[in-house]
Design a protein around this ligand. Structure first.
Ligand code: MF3
Ligand code: CO
Length: 260
């Protein structure tokens, strides 16, 4: 599949989708506290998404049963919210959310600390976020996809963390998952030429131990094989001639950029 180039009308819709999704994430971040269930986070997420007149894109996607993916500790991604799963101090929780605004998707993920966490865990969360901001320095017209993929791996490697290989970022637009697939590690080929108007969801998934993962019997939840904790950070971005525009991270863009 060729990689679609969005028109300025489409870009406007995706910018708005991204703006709304960032607000969803702000609301959810404020709820992350010891004692809250992962189900409550999903309920709130769906409620906020629908309050904007948007559709939660994950709900029923390939049968996924919720609006938000809530992944705790050794769960890397696609954790299914549950009334029985209560967050406790010292946990880390990854929230992945997606919505559709006027037919256009936005997709973003954040990992949060629950109460006080160890400095080691906070470091992994920080490095995961920083790997995104490092990688998107290479996300500009004239570069190739592998410049982004390689950058994530290069950034993370010195810390000794694992870079998950079974899951990738992706193009995004009228569909949640469009071409191209965006691995978070170096590829043998340079990949597609990046052009202005491409919209991409870049999402490093990083583990504190081995990079190996497996799927739980629920067919969704991806966990680390060695039970080491994992972090996830994702934004939907636009390729331009210069710096990429980050649709799902404007409220915090300056401070996040300052930290890279
Ligand atoms: N951000 C994830 C992705 O790009 C979440 C979607 S999976 C879903 O794959 F099934 F839960 F929707
Ligand atoms: Co995604």
């Amino acid at each position: 599949m060729p990689v679609s180039i969005k028109s300025s009308r489409e870009i406007d819709a995706m910018r708005e989708a991204g703006r709304l999704l960032e607000i969803v994430h702000e609301e959810l971040a404020a709820m992350v506290k010891p004692g809250v269930t992962t189900w409550e986070i999903d309920q709130k997420g769906e409620e906020v998404i629908r309050s904007f007149g948007c559709i939660p894109s994950f709900l029923n996607y390939n049968g996924y049963p919720a609006s938000i993916c809530v992944s705790v500790n050794e769960e890397v991604v696609h954790g299914i919210p549950s009334r029985k799963r209560v967050l406790k101090a010292g946990d880390i929780v990854s929230l992945d959310a997606g919505l559709i605004w006027e037919g256009y998707h936005a997709d973003a993920a954040r990992t949060h600390a629950v109460g006080e966490i160890s400095p080691e865990l906070q470091k992994m969360i920080d490095v995961t976020r920083e790997s995104f901001f490092y990688a998107i320095r290479f996300a500009k017209a004239g570069n190739h996809l592998n410049d982004i993929s390689s950058a994530v791996e290069e950034f993370v490697e010195p810390y000794g963390y694992g870079v998950v290989r079974e899951l990738c970022g992706h193009g995004i637009g009228t569909h949640l998952h469009e071409a191209p697939e965006i691995p978070n590690y170096r590829q043998k080929s340079k990949g597609v030429l990046l052009r202005p108007g491409m919209t991409l969801a870049i999402e490093p998934m990083i583990t504190a131990g081995s990079r190996s993962v497996r799927w739980l019997s629920d067919k969704w939840t991806v966990v680390t094989l060695d039970h080491s904790p994992a972090a996830h950070y994702e934004n939907t971005i636009l390729i331009t001639e210069g710096e990429p525009e980050i649709f799902t991270c404007k409220i915090r863009q300056d401070s996040e950029n300052g930290r890279r």
